[in-house]
Write a new protein. Structure first.
Lengths: 193, 193
DNA sequence: TTATTTTTGTAATGATTGATACATAAATAA
DNA sequence: TTATTTATGTATCAATCATTACAAAAATAA
């Protein structure tokens, strides 16, 4: 292949940009912030991402979506997928202070982008709905197996869990404290049993 | 009193500014946006609020806090405060599309301001904690009265409700639909009984 | 070598940001 | 009336915004 070799890999720019977006959100992150974080100057930046800031944000969000897809794979190989989901919630309590304050970039995006950018907002909403659907399906199957006694509709319980996820996104910032969060998470998970 | 009479009342500027902040958040709202919404030019604006944009945002948030204080008064005069709280949650489902998308300005602020402005973030967190405490106290008293059977600690149930409130803040944007929200709210309120 | 291609770094773009300067308007007090 | 005070409207500020322009760098192909 011809041309000057690439120093700043697309994937690396996205990763570094994601870190900044995750903390500061979309509007409060400047191109200057991104250039500092990625090391890439304006030349490389716009050569790689013609769509500029917005394209990189979209890709940072989609990058996060991959983590979810990967979790979905774990689920399908698991013997007790519900326990996997519960353990995932439980693991949140153990995160460090900074992770608590960062929260979930997808949930953050829904809140920030609602009247600002419809594309960014709706793609974040879609991801949350996919996660919700995953919750719902696992619950439905465990109800059939009889592992879950509650007869509440799986669609309601799936929405309950995604609501919890989004609520936890703020509770973590109010109380970035393992002990507080641990008790809350156990209490809310007990509803699904 | 001497001097040219005031056209743009402080309280009116704050109200109009709050509408914009509520929709667009802090960072994405420009002084130009505020001037259009309030009618006040830069002269009046900075004459009234020496602290500029940030001071007005603080006051818009505190203005919202008054709505909460007023609800607290209703509560203390009520014979069944828990039912009042539940009805408040139930009323959320009936809001119109735009209100759903706006969500709660306090919860929004916690998410947006975390790494941006510590003053604004922590004052929003404090308000959420006050609301949580109100929940907790009502639950505690109803447990003593025997109206609530659940023996779960009132502190846990209070945090459960504030977590629900913040989760609903995002669920409403995913499903700005009365029927969907109604069922979810009933399901989550049923936990406190 | 030379031509071609791609990336990089830097300088500049015009627009917008939040905030200030300041003259004028419009009231009251003396 | 005249002096004083306060609010308003407009012009302007430097800083920053996202983006573009473009020449130099650094590789391969011919």
């Amino acid at each position: 292949m011809r041309g000057r070799p690439t120093i700043y890999e697309d994937s690396n720019i996205i990763k570094k940009a994601q870190e900044v977006f995750w903390q500061k959100g979309y509007s409060a992150t400047s191109l200057s912030d991104l250039q500092k974080a990625t090391g890439a100057g304006a030349g490389s930046f716009y050569n790689t991402f013609k769509g500029g800031k917005k394209e990189v944000f979209q890709k940072a969000v989609q990058e996060r979506r991959l983590a979810f897809t990967s979790f979905q794979n774990e689920l399908s190989n698991s013997e007790s997928p519900l326990e996997l989901i519960k353990d995932f919630f439980r693991s949140i309590a153990k995160a460090d202070q900074n992770e608590h304050l960062k929260g979930c970039i997808i949930a953050n995006t829904v809140v920030e982008m609602t009247f600002i950018d419809e594309d960014l907002e709706s793609s974040a909403v879609q991801i949350l709905k996919e996660v919700e659907q995953m919750f719902t399906e696992v619950i439905k199957s465990e109800q059939l197996k009889g592992t879950i006694k509650t007869k509440t509709a799986p669609e309601i319980l799936g929405k309950y869990l995604i609501t919890f996820w989004c609520g936890l996104n703020t509770l973590r910032r109010m109380y970035p404290d393992e002990n507080v969060l641990k008790d809350q998470i156990e209490m809310q998970l007990a509803v699904i049993s």
